[in-house]
Ligand binder design. Structure first.
Ligand SMILES: *Cc1c(COP(=O)(O)O)cnc(C)c1O
Length: 415
């Protein structure tokens, strides 16, 4: 079946809730993927950082293949022999007392919201239904009805009301606005340490520290959504470590399983996690033995292959190279941390998508975010040689007045 046929079938029988590039991927290995016609590409999105360990990492695949035929699901009505090891490994790696496993990122965020509210009522002493959670302009925390209730993206909200109350939105990175927004009934501040879907927005240095101080001052929790930023993407295990702080609650997902299985978790110390009692919260698949086995292998790969260090050094290198494009015809700003880079184009450049489409034809898969930003986030196993190959293509594509002209030139030179 050729690519066009797959596209037609998808469009005919599937909901149209995404607008993907028309590349039909059939196989992946490391940083590379191949489409159904056999063309090879470097994946520079890595499934929004879920595939930080690279596609089909052999160690993680092996963990899945070993566990799946042995025991796949018990539900949490019974215990299984893989969960304890997963808890211990994750708690020790991250330095938090306790782990609460879920499946998707949005579920982990929901878990954190519930924890913050229950903590406010049972520990802090907030009056019934008065607990407020402060969030930020441009946030992305998932797609559930409660989470879209505090989105500032019109498209995420429009048509999905009525919305869950109890959230206040303040501008991201604005020191004064958050100071003013704090009050005695703030249960928690929930923030992405770098906004991913918002366009790789890095807050001013000191902002996270400021939030830590405010949360302490008002006896509120500081909750970090590290679902995309965490587990090495920014060159640290967690992005909040760039400011030397420690939040009360962290939510992770995506790379926790290296892309093989949906696994997410909320992390916290006992003082917060102990608000949950049997029956308060849960998930049929959360903490199942396949998820636990896969996540343990994914964490081992992260540590043993020094992916965090690789992200830090190659990320700094890539940002330095790409910064040279600033001031060129199309490039307004290059920003990011580690191997998580946003290239913002001028509005006059006609949107990032047309550049992504040309890069696709030249063998590099990137995706636009927020119309004018190209997000560069290759798997963290990428080597310097592989990265140089992709950067050459990205730089020449962005340097062209009309990127489509490159495809004509290449077609001529091949024939
Ligand atoms: C992807 C993402 C989520 C939601 O994760 P899902 O697994 O898609 O539900 C939440 N927060 C951030 C920062 C994300 O990048």
């Amino acid at each position: 079946m050729d690519s066009q046929k797959f596209v037609e079938l998808e469009e005919r029988f599937g909901a149209h809730n995404y607008h993907p590039l028309d590349v039909i991927i059939d196989r992946g290995e490391g940083v590379w993927v191949w489409d159904v016609e056999g063309k090879k590409y470097m994946d520079c999105l890595a499934a929004y950082s879920a595939v930080n360990q690279g596609h089909c990492h052999p160690r993680i695949v092996e963990a899945l293949l070993e566990q799946a035929p042995r025991l796949s699901l018990t539900s949490r009505a019974f215990r299984n022999n893989r969960l304890a090891g997963f808890y211990e490994k994750l708690a020790k790696l991250t330095g938090f007392d306790k782990v609460l496993p879920m499946n998707t990122g949005a579920e982990a965020v929901e878990t954190a919201i519930k924890a913050a509210r229950k903590w406010a009522y049972t520990v802090k002493g907030t009056a019934e239904d008065q607990a407020e959670i402060i969030v930020f302009d441009g946030n992305f925390h998932g797609r559930t009805t409660t989470i879209v209730s505090f989105s500032t993206e019109a498209q995420s909200r429009n048509g999905f009301g009525p919305f869950t109350p109890g959230f206040k939105i303040v501008p991201y990175g604005d020191f004064d606005a958050i100071s003013e927004a704090m009050h005695g009934d703030v249960a928690a501040i929930l923030i992405e340490p770098i906004q991913g879907e918002g366009g790789i927005i890095v807050p001013p240095h000191g902002f996270l520290k400021h939030l830590r101080d405010l949360a302490d001052e008002h006896n509120s929790l500081l909750m970090m959504d590290e679902i995309q930023a965490g587990l090495g993407r920014t060159g640290k295990l967690f992005a909040y470590q760039h400011e030397g702080i420690r939040p009360d609650v962290v939510v992770i997902g995506k790379a926790l399983s290296g892309g093989l299985y949906p696994v997410s978790a909320m992390l916290a110390d006992d003082a917060v996690m102990s608000v949950f009692h049997p029956g308060d919260h849960g998930s049929t698949y959360g903490g199942n033995p396949v998820a636990a086995a896969v996540a343990m292998a994914a964490l081992d790969v992260l540590v043993d292959e020094k992916l965090i260090e690789n992200s830090a050094s190659l990320g700094a290198y890539a940002i330095e190279r790409l910064k040279k494009l600033e001031g060129d015809a199309h490039v307004k700003e290059v920003r990011g941390k580690g191997l998580w880079i946003g290239i913002e184009l001028h509005e006059s450049s006609g949107g990032a998508r047309r550049f992504c489409e040309v890069m696709q034809h030249r063998g590099v898969l990137c995706k636009e975010t927020h119309v004018h930003v190209i997000r560069l986030a290759p798997p963290l196993i990428v080597t310097r040689e592989q990265l140089d190959w992709a950067l050459d293509i990205i730089e020449t594509t962005l340097a062209a007045d009309d990127p489509k002209s490159l495809l004509l030139e290449e077609a001529v030179s091949v024939s």
